[in-house]
Design a protein around this ligand. Structure first.
Ligand code: DX5
Ligand code: ZN
Length: 241
């Protein structure tokens, strides 16, 4: 696999990153759609849905293989599937730099994390809006990424669920108190009106589909999101967290 997984260092959680979700791109023109944002970001978010874990079917292994050949950006693959232990290793083999799965459908999430790490990938676990952080507490010191969903998984373009913000803050506190380094990623309804609240709660990685691919100028949309995020994490705001 590509070794881009190792380009991120231990300070990853301190850097703010926007991850455009290609779910909102034109799938018939994926290479161009990725190239359109590549100069502004180092990470792309790839939503894999199987029609069982969520009521939608999107991207599978052959598409990830083609995406890998078409971009050198870090591929952050979010698996919304019921059988991650069967498929997650395949996505790594095909070029995913990071694989995030929903742990409640996995018998032994710790073993899957180890296996994916052995393959050289970064590994994340995801928490749905109404799942408590306690669902994943025992995994938090062995992951590279915690994905907190701010919509119900399944579709792009939904409204941000503000009642998830305290859980983001809880995950940020846990990270600080335990000296953990996982990136804290928020996913769903992130845009100019919602990103600041997640930064203030401690998020550092922001998936955005509709807010970027639905914009007239995607690069301008990314720059605006980054500017709002940086302002929300100014030294003063940082001290208040
Ligand atoms: C939803 C996906 C998200 C989605 C976000 O299940 O996990 O990554 O693409 O799209 P927006 O930013 O449009 O809410
Ligand atoms: Zn996602």
């Amino acid at each position: 696999m590509e070794q881009a997984a190792h380009q991120q260092d231990a300070t990853a959680s301190e850097q703010l990153r926007i991850a455009p979700s290609i779910l909102s791109a034109d799938f018939a023109r994926l290479a161009d759609e990725m190239a359109d944002v590549a100069s502004e970001v180092d990470m792309l978010h790839v939503d894999v849905m199987d029609g069982h874990y969520v009521p939608n079917i999107t991207i599978g292994p052959p598409v990830v293989k083609s995406i890998r050949a078409a971009t050198d950006r870090f591929l952050d693959c979010h698996l919304m599937i019921t059988d991650p232990s069967t498929y997650a290793p395949q996505f790594v083999d095909l070029g995913a730099d990071s694989v995030t799965f929903h742990p409640e459908v996995e018998d032994d999430p710790g073993a899957l994390i180890d296996r994916l790490h052995e393959q050289g990938a970064q590994v994340g676990v995801a928490v749905r809006p109404h799942q408590p952080l306690s669902l994943v507490t025992e995994l938090l010191d062995r992951i590279d990424l915690l994905l907190i969903m701010t919509v119900q998984p399944g579709f792009g373009g939904q409204a941000f669920m503000g009642d998830v913000v305290p859980k983001i803050a809880e995950a940020h506190r846990w990270r600080r108190e335990h000296g953990a380094t996982y990136r804290l990623e928020v996913d769903g309804g992130i845009g100019a009106a919602t990103i600041a609240a997640t930064v203030e709660a401690g998020a550092d990685t922001f998936v955005a589909g509709n807010a970027i691919y639905g914009a007239h100028d995607r690069r301008v949309a990314i720059a605006e999101l980054m500017e709002i995020a940086e302002q929300a994490r100014s030294p003063v705001a940082e001290g208040m967290r």
